[in-house]
Ligand binder design. Structure first.
Ligand SMILES: *Cc1c(COP(=O)(O)O)cnc(C)c1O
Length: 443
């Protein structure tokens, strides 16, 4: 049933329900099918997490009500912070930042405050060429100059270039490990050492924490300050239509700069502490996106310390399984054991079929396309992240669809270049859609 609403129209309940139920099926979500969006960790969010976040004791809280009447919420945040500290090895976390990019901004402001207190004038921050776009953006927003560092032929940070560029006017480096190629940087200890020896700090972009959970602690690698994406590694799927949460963890030496308030336990009571000596202040209203914290807390409580390690092990196993199946058919620019994701490209595709065509054709087979054309250092990149939440059967179905698309590209390229054929909206002029969005659904 398709309706066009007009002013003054009378509709029955069932007409309205059918209209909205039909609309809800026009979109794709992680509850409909496989969603291998690399770098964004679209893992399944167990519904118990939603049930907990929906409890009235949480949803009816007001951020301004007296703390003595919100002790449960403070206890939850306090305990979540403790768990994140344990997972990462950090001294403390602020749960305030609203997303990964907001966490990056927080972290860079902390680095800035650290050098301001030391009265050191450092104007640059190093950012590898495989970094997420938000990294150089956060650096620039804080008034630093972002200096690019190249990757070497194995996909690691180029140590020669790092040594050359890590001078005493550099405040530090922003690294993503595993990096956005899905590769664990084999020189990570050396990278941190080089930066520390010149007095710099190491910022860790924790968006790829899925691969390291319970296996290695960022602090022990030499990372000083880092954000996590609760809406990636800790169950809530990224881009799930809701708010995010990007807690920032720091080593002991940086605790005094964390945003206010911090949550502390005084005797039997949980309190907000606004007296953090050299705090960078507040990053957003109140205390962060509490609902996402409830989901992360529930997730961690449900899987426990053993489970958290298994998350990483299966995420890595799933990615390597898919990589091995697909590398016979697609070009794999960095052929080594990957972490939770891997990157293919379109350089071996026949008849001029591109990454964009492959992505569109996957929709006809019922799959959400992977991340495309990122990271930028791989031309025509297809970045695939299966996560630990998918079964072997689903991975096989996806691999078969990818292999079928390769065959189609050889024998019947027009069907791939004209895809998608089965979706409510066919291939869009992406530029026009962005510049002149038309949000009216015309059946
Ligand atoms: C997602 C992501 C970010 C930014 O996180 P948001 O929550 O989207 O702001 C930063 N770095 C990497 C590697 C990411 O994948």
């Amino acid at each position: 049933m398709k309706l066009v609403f007009e002013k003054g129209m009378n509709l029955s309940e069932v007409e309205v329900i059918r209209h909205y139920s039909t609309l809800s099926k026009l979109n794709f979500g992680v509850d409909f099918g496989f969603y291998p969006l690399g770098s964004c960790t679209m893992k399944y969010n167990p519904k118990i997490n939603e049930d907990m976040a929906k409890l009235e004791g949480f949803t009816l809280l007001h951020p301004l009500q007296p703390v003595s009447t919100a002790q449960g919420a403070l206890e939850l945040m306090h305990n979540l912070e403790k768990m994140l500290c344990e997972i990462c090895g950090f001294e403390r976390f602020s749960l305030q930042p609203a997303a990964g990019a907001n966490g990056e901004l927080t972290g860079i402001m902390i680095i800035q405050a650290y050098f301001r207190k030391k009265r050191e004038n450092r104007s640059k921050i190093l950012v590898p060429d495989s970094a997420h776009g938000t990294n150089p953006a956060s650096v620039s927003v804080c008034g630093f100059e972002a200096v690019e560092i190249k990757s070497d032929k194995d996909g690691n940070i180029d140590l020669g270039e790092l040594k050359e560029k890590m001078t005493e006017d550099v405040a530090g480096i922003m690294i993503t490990n595993p990096n956005t190629l899905g590769l664990f940087d084999q020189n990570i200890l050396e990278v941190c050492k080089i930066v520390h020896e010149k007095g710099g700090l190491v910022y860790g972009d924790g968006a790829n924490m899925n691969a390291m959970l319970g296996i290695c602690k960022p602090k022990e690698l030499g990372i000083d300050v880092m954000h996590l994406n609760l809406h990636k590694s800790f169950a809530t799927p990224h881009g799930g239509g809701g708010p995010g949460s990007g807690p920032v963890g720091v080593i002991k030496e940086l605790v005094e700069f964390l945003p206010i308030p911090l949550i502390e336990k005084k005797g039997e009571e949980y309190v907000f502490n606004y007296e953090n000596e050299n705090s960078i202040g507040k990053l957003r209203s109140f205390y962060g996106n509490f609902g996402v914290m409830v989901k992360a807390y529930t997730y961690l409580k449900a899987i426990g310390a053993e489970g958290i390690r298994e998350v990483a092990e299966i995420a890595v196993l799933n990615a390597n399984y898919l990589k091995e199946k697909l590398k016979k058919h697609y070009n794999l620019p960095f052929d080594r054991v990957c972490q939770h994701e891997f990157v293919l490209d379109d350089s071996k595709m026949p008849n001029g079929v591109t990454t964009n065509d492959i992505a569109k054709r996957l929709m006809d087979y019922g799959f959400h396309p992977p991340t495309v054309y990122f990271p930028l250092i791989v031309h025509g990149a297809l970045m695939i992240e299966p996560t630990e939440t998918e079964t072997k059967e689903t991975l096989d179905e996806f691999a078969n669809a990818m292999i079928k698309i390769k065959e189609e590209a050889e024998k019947n390229p027009e069907i791939v270049k004209g895809a998608p054929h089965s979706t409510p909206v066919k291939r869009l002029d992406a530029v026009k859609a962005a510049r002149e969005p038309n949000l009216r659904w015309k059946p």
